[in-house]
Design a protein around this ligand. Structure first.
Ligand code: PSU
Ligand code: MN
Length: 299
């Protein structure tokens, strides 16, 4: 590494803490995910809006607030200026986290599963497509995740990623992982077996000055993954319940994650936490590798 190399940094989100995992699992995760990043030689940067101030390096007490306070707003791009102007707390989604991280010069993010196109609700199309996808199409970072969430319409999500020019790299896999389901029926764009190969694609994207993110999709090992059919069954039952009709769009993802956890219990929680830690480890390795490349990583 030359002396002007930037410090390897990995951005982490806060929506998974405030809305994705229950207390106290969120607190344990927040601590362990930062340790995982450090153990692999990178600096964790937990991103969130704290009383209207954007933080791209939340302190332990700020992280604690995201885990414990109720009523913290889930912040994507559309409501980011609102929570800042109103000096509110805002837990950032993938969309808001990558935008803020990129503005701070951070090029790698780790999360669990990205948002995508939702399934029909009460038998009707909802046109609910996560702003994660549009932001991934205009923010040149690398998001290390376990693919799109298994609760989504995976076929439509895969198509939209292709249309938006988001490169899906499979980490040692040809099949696109689907969050706590280790594999799906959909293919990745390219399989990489080493960090060096991934870094080569990231560097080429930057040399070409392409605006899109690269998604590095890491599968859970088969023994930790949940059966896809079982998750699909829970999701379709939840989406046909009357209460599903009353959800605001931003409530759908937490509602479905809760439904899967309620039905599958510990197995779902353990799988979710495992994949988050696994992704953080790979993101840190990638950040270290990228920081050591000449002319890469610095803005
Ligand atoms: N990964 C997880 N749990 C989560 C999320 C990611 O393991 O809850 C969050 C991310 O913040 C992602 C959001 O951006 O879910 C997607 O929400 P929506 O579909 O409403 O855009
Ligand atoms: Mn949505």
């Amino acid at each position: 590494m030359n002396s002007s190399s930037p410090t390897p940094a990995v951005a982490l989100e806060t929506t998974v803490l405030s809305h994705g995992l229950p207390f106290p699992a969120n607190q344990d995760l927040a601590t362990s995910i930062e340790s995982v990043v450090r153990e692999h030689g990178a600096q964790p940067h937990t991103v969130g809006v704290v009383d209207g101030r954007v933080s791209t390096a939340c302190t332990p007490s700020e992280i604690q607030r995201f885990c414990c306070e109720s009523g913290i707003e889930k912040v994507s791009i559309r409501n980011l200026p609102v929570v800042v102007a109103r000096k509110q707390m805002g837990a950032t989604t993938v969309a808001a986290t990558i935008r803020l991280a990129r503005q701070a010069g951070i090029r790698v993010m780790a999360t669990g599963g990205i948002g995508g196109v939702h399934q029909d609700r009460l038998g009707k199309p909802t046109f609910d497509e996560s702003a994660d996808l549009t932001e991934l199409s205009r923010c040149p970072v690398t998001v290390v995740c376990a693919g799109p969430k298994a609760i989504l319409h995976l076929e439509a999500t895969r198509e939209r990623m292709e249309t938006l020019g988001i490169t899906v790299v499979g980490w040692q896999t040809d099949s696109m992982p689907a969050f706590y389901c280790g594999r799906s029926n959909f293919a990745v764009d390219v399989r990489c077996d080493t960090i060096d190969e991934v870094a080569g694609i990231v560097a080429a994207r930057d040399a070409l000055d392409l605006p899109q993110a690269i998604v590095l999709a890491v599968p859970l090992p088969d023994e930790a993954a949940l059966p896809f059919e079982r998750v699909s069954e829970v999701v379709s039952n939840a989406l046909s319940m009357d209460t599903a009709g009353d959800l605001a769009p931003h409530e759908v993802t937490p509602f479905l994650l809760d439904a899967v956890r309620n039905e599958l219990g510990d197995q779902a929680l353990v799988a979710n936490v495992e994949l988050l830690k696994q992704n953080a480890a790979i993101a840190a390795q990638l950040a270290v590798h990228l920081a050591a490349l000449p002319d890469h990583g610095a803005d």
